[in-house]
Design a protein around this ligand. Structure first.
Ligand code: PLP
Length: 349
C-alpha cells in the first residue's frame, strides 16, 4: 500500500527520520564485526546509558513485540502471570507472544480509566490468591507509558503503581513504544520515569519515533539481564548485521533528535485535536497527552473519509477513531485532514 498523502493511521506509517537515515548511511562503510561487536553498537549503547544516566544492560531487538515478550520472559516462570491493562499492546496486539516466550505465563488484565491501570484493581490482582496452587501466581507487571489511549501517567502515578507492584514482589516492565513522547510531554529526564522509580526493564521504542526498525531493551535490574543474550538469540532476535539496528539510535540521540521528533508529534496531536474539536459532531474522547487523538464521529463520516483516501483506525466501538501524529506530520496535513472532515460532516448534518 503506497499512500499519496500523509496519514494518521499510525506513527509507524512515517518514513525514517533524517538523523536516523544519515547515521545508517555513515555506518554503511567497510566491514565491521557481526552480532553487535562493532563500534556503532558500542557507541549507541554508551549513548543510551548516558541519556538514562545509568549503567544498564542494553539489548537491541527487531521490534516491540519481541522486546516486550522477551523482557517479560526474563521475569516469569511458565506458571506465573503478568498483570497488565486490558488495552495493553501485549494483550491486544501481540498474538500471544508474551504467553509463548514465557512458556505459558497468563496475562491477567485489569481495568482503569483512559488506558491507565487502576491502582485498586492492581492491588487486588497482585495480592489475591497468593499462595493458591491452583492460580497463576503474578510475577510481573507491565505498564505502558505513554499509554495505548494516548494518555500519560504522571511521575507520581507511576510511583504509586510501582509501589504496589514492589510490595507484592512483582517484576516491573515498562512498554515504552512511545516512551520518548512521554519524556517530551512530561519534560522530565528519562530516568525520572524509568530507573529512578523502580522500573526493572524498559522496552524503548525507536520505530514509531523515526528509526527504520529496531527497538531496544534496557535492563536496569542486572539480575534479570542474566542470560538474556541467550534468550534473545534463541528467539531469533540477535541481528547479525547489528550495526544497522544500532546506528540509527546514534543519529537520534546525538543531538536530542529523538525528543525533538517526539515533541513535534505531540504538538501536532494538540493542534489536530484543537482543529477537529471545533467541528460540530466530532467529540474528543481522551485527554491528548502524547501523539494520539481519539475522537468520535459518525460512522458514515468515517466511511466517507476512508473513501477520500484517509487512512486511520477505529479503536473504540465503531465510531471512535484513533488519529496518530508522527515526526513528519505538518500543520498543512492537519489542515487538509480537518477540512476534509469538516466537509464530510457538513454533508451529513
Ligand atoms: C507499536 C507498539 C508496540 C510494538 O509493536 P511492534 O509492531 O512489535 O514493533 C508495543 N507496544 C505498544 C504500546 C505499541 O504501540
Amino acid at each position: 500500500m503506497s499512500l499519496d498523502k500523509k496519514q494518521f493511521a499510525s506513527d509507524n506509517y512515517a518514513p525514517v527520520a533524517p538523523e536516523a537515515w544519515e547515521a545508517l548511511k555513515r555506518a554503511n562503510s567497510g566491514h565491521a564485526g557481526a552480532y553487535g561487536v562493532d563500534r556503532w553498537t558500542d557507541r549507541a549503547v554508551d549513548m543510551l546509558k548516558q541519556v538514562f544516566e545509568i549503567d544498564c544492560s542494553v539489548y537491541f531487538v527487531f521490534n516491540g513485540t519481541a522486546a516486550n515478550a522477551l523482557a517479560l520472559a526474563s521475569m516469569c516462570q511458565p506458571f506465573n502471570s503478568i498483570i497488565c491493562h486490558e488495552l495493553a499492546h501485549i494483550q491486544t496486539d501481540e498474538c500471544g507472544a508474551p504467553e509463548m516466550f514465557t512458556g505459558g505465563a497468563k496475562l491477567l488484565t485489569i481495568g482503569g480509566d483512559q488506558g491507565k491501570l487502576s491502582t485498586s484493581e492492581l492491588e487486588a490482582a497482585a495480592s489475591s490468591r497468593k499462595s493458591d496452587v491452583h492460580w497463576s501466581r503474578p510475577a510481573a507487571l507491565s505498564v505502558t507509558q505513554g499509554t495505548e489511549m494516548g494518555t500519560l501517567y504522571s511521575v507520581e502515578e507511576l510511583a504509586a503503581i510501582v509501589d504496589i507492584a514492589r510490595r507484592n514482589g512483582l517484576g516491573i516492565h515498562m512498554d515504552g513504544a512511545r516512551f520518548a513522547n512521554a519524556v517530551g510531554a512530561l519534560d522530565v529526564a528519562p530516568r525520572e520515569i524509568s530507573s529512578k522509580i523502580g522500573i526493572d526493564v524498559l522496552s524503548l521504542g525507536g520505530t514509531k519515533l523515526g528509526n527504520p526498525m529496531g527497538d531496544v531493551l534496557l535492563f536496569f535490574n542486572p539480575v534479570l539481564a542474566k542470560n538474556f543474550q541467550y534468550r534473545r538469540k534463541q528467539a531469533g532476535q540477535l541481528a547479525s548485521k547489528m550495526r544497522f539496528l544500532s546506528a540509527p539510535w546514534i543519529g537520534m540521540l546525538e543531538d536530542g533528535a529523538w525528543l525533538r521528533h517526539a515533541r513535534h508529534a505531540n504538538t501536532m496531536a494538540q493542534l489536530l485535536a484543537a482543529e477537529i474539536s471545533g467541528i460540530v459532531g466530532v467529540e474528543i474522547l481522551m485527554p491528548v497527552q502524547v501523539n494520539a487523538v481519539f475522537a468520535r464521529m459518525p460512522k458514515t463520516v468515517i466511511n466517507q473519509m476512508h473513501d477520500l483516501g484517509w487512512v486511520f483506525y477505529t479503536f473504540i466501538g465503531d465510531d471512535g477513531v484513533r488519529l496518530m501524529c508522527s515526526w513528519d506530520t505538518l500543520e498543512s496535513d492537519i489542515e487538509e485532514f480537518s477540512s476534509s472532515l469538516r466537509a464530510c460532516m457538513d454533508a451529513v448534518l
